[in-house]
Design a protein around this ligand. Structure first.
Ligand SMILES: C[S@@+](CC[C@H](N)C(=O)[O-])C[C@H]1O[C@@H](n2cnc3c(N)ncnc32)[C@H](O)[C@@H]1O
Length: 263
């Protein structure tokens, strides 16, 4: 299901996840929360993070370069599998009208885009690709942010979302999926990998933030979006390559509307 790096894996939607139920609730997030918060071994994940004055480390820098290096190292494109399950999570994508414009923010090697393209190809449609400067203000029907916001420093998430909302049409949808608080990959980070509250840096310099529903709600509401769907997706799976080790995955699924009356 997942390819791991030292100190925290990068999301990799493999076969097991594709086979999982998409709005899955294998376990209750509140039960996981109680378990984690009462375990002294995880206490360092819960403590407030010292502010810049108290901290000896500098705050995380925008990690675009670290991600560029990451994609160079995984240029074969095998690291991130196609995210076909997203077409079930977000049925608007396969059912969108012919000329719908979709912007994928932080597309990586195209795991999400390829799934969407394949589905339109099967319907014998020929998608057009927009150039960077064609993502005009108010021009997009859909924006997908799939495991991208967590890769951006928490401090610049509000301005990043504002820029996304700017290119979305009034009445358009922002489709969101990302790491949830207490996902297995968060609990594996070591104390010295913490770079902020619920924010971690992998050994290669890439960042990962873990969201609660409230954090996601606050970020998108502050940008003026209306919440249509927001929930934890809690999936229990077994890693057959690692002695049948049980894995508790937590993702946040969200769908937000730009008000049709937006001016
Ligand atoms: C975990 S990957 C997810 C990739 C892809 N969305 C997917 O579903 O496979 C995070 C992505 O965020 C992108 N990213 C990180 N910082 C960024 C930034 N400041 N601006 C745009 N993209 C960024 C990275 O290049 C990387 O492709």
């Amino acid at each position: 299901m997942e390819v791991e790096e030292a100190g925290g894996g990068v999301e990799n939607a493999g076969k097991d996840e594709v086979e999982a139920e998409y709005h899955s609730h294998d376990f209750e997030w509140e039960d996981l929360r109680a378990e984690v918060e009462s375990d002294p071994a995880f206490s360092y994940h819960l403590s407030p993070f010292p502010g810049p004055a108290a901290s000896t480390t500098s705050p995380p820098q925008p990690s675009s370069e670290a991600w560029r290096n990451f994609h160079r190292r995984h240029a074969s494109g095998k690291f991130f599998k196609e995210r076909r399950y997203l077409l079930k999570e977000f049925p608007e994508l396969p059912n969108s009208k012919d000329c719908a414009k979709i912007l994928e923010v932080g597309c990586g090697n195209g795991s999400t885009a390829v799934s969407i393209l394949r589905c339109h190809e099967m319907r014998k449609e020929r998608p057009d690709f927009l150039r960077e400067n064609q993502c005009c203000v108010g021009g997009m029907d859909f924006i997908t942010m799939i495991f991208t916001l967590s890769a951006i420093p928490f401090a610049i998430m509000p301005s990043t979302i504002e820029q996304c909302v700017c290119v979305l049409k009034p009445g358009g949808l922002l489709l969101f999926r990302d790491y949830g608080l207490y996902d297995m990959t968060m609990l594996r980070f070591l104390p010295d990998q913490r770079v902020g509250f619920r924010e971690y840096m992998r050994s290669d310099g890439t960042l990962s933030y873990f969201f609660t529903l409230d954090t996601v709600r606050e970020l998108f509401h502050a940008a003026g979006l209306i919440e249509l769907e927001l929930e934890y997706c809690c999936v229990r799976s077994v890693n057959r390559k690692k002695n049948g080790k049980k894995m508790q995955r937590v993702w946040v699924h969200g769908k937000f509307l730009k008000p049709p009356s937006w001016r």
